[in-house]
Design a protein around this ligand. Structure first.
Ligand SMILES: [Mg+2]
Length: 209
């Protein structure tokens, strides 16, 4: 991220997941903790859990395609419970959501160099906004875990915008909050499809990390 030029810009739009921190180790830790809980509390084998979780995730992705809630671990857990028990089990869904995200958050840390970059941008007086797909509550918890308020001014989640990246409104809502025009800001993200093409579609220069 440190190679990105910061001259002549007023604002930076930043993806969160897999841009400011590495997603995979957090996900793996959270998912493993769910498997352990499913085994210990609900007597479900790891393979049965994996199959049910995968079926639940695929169904929710399909039904809620393009919405922030398509990533909801609570809904994955509900669907998984329906596969495993033949009926909805809200306690199971809530247990899995709580365990997944609490272990995920414990594992989260900045990627190397990110904090130095954010500090440099802040020192230059550049405004920053997180532009992120997923539900608002968990993205706010991630914000608090990384203490992003030290550097970053605003948050836009796809739940709030009602559409996911690369949808134009994610970027338009961000610029509205920041009070900037496309040519005055840059986008930084890890996804070519969502972050780079989404930003470029409305004239924002974008950098893939
Ligand atoms: Mg990302």
């Amino acid at each position: 991220m440190n190679h990105i030029p910061l001259s002549n810009i007023k604002a930076i739009l930043l993806d969160l997941d897999d841009t400011l921190y590495a997603y995979k180790p957090c996900h793996q830790a959270g998912y493993e903790a769910c498997k352990v809980l499913a085994s210990e509390k609900y007597n479900i084998s790891k393979s049965d859990f994996e199959a049910a979780w995968k079926a639940g995730r695929e169904k929710i992705h399909h039904d809620l395609n393009g919405q922030g809630a398509s990533h909801s671990r609570l809904l994955y857990g509900q669907k998984a419970s329906e596969v495993l028990f033949g009926k909805s089990n809200p306690q199971f869904a809530l247990d899995m959501e709580e365990t997944y995200w609490s272990v995920f958050l414990e594992t989260m840390e900045f990627k190397p160099g990110v904090e130095a970059f954010l500090q440099e941008a802040k020192d230059k007086g550049i405004k920053m906004c997180i532009v992120t797909d997923l539900t608002a509550q968990i993205q706010m918890k991630k914000w608090l875990k990384l203490d992003l308020g030290r550097y970053i001014d605003f948050l836009v989640s796809s739940e709030e915008a009602g559409i996911e990246k690369p949808g134009n409104y994610m970027f338009e809502l961000t610029m509205e909050k920041l009070g900037v025009k496309p040519e005055e800001c840059i986008m930084i993200g890890d996804s070519e499809e969502k972050d780079i093409k989404g930003a470029e579609a409305i004239g924002i220069k974008a950098y893939k990390v």
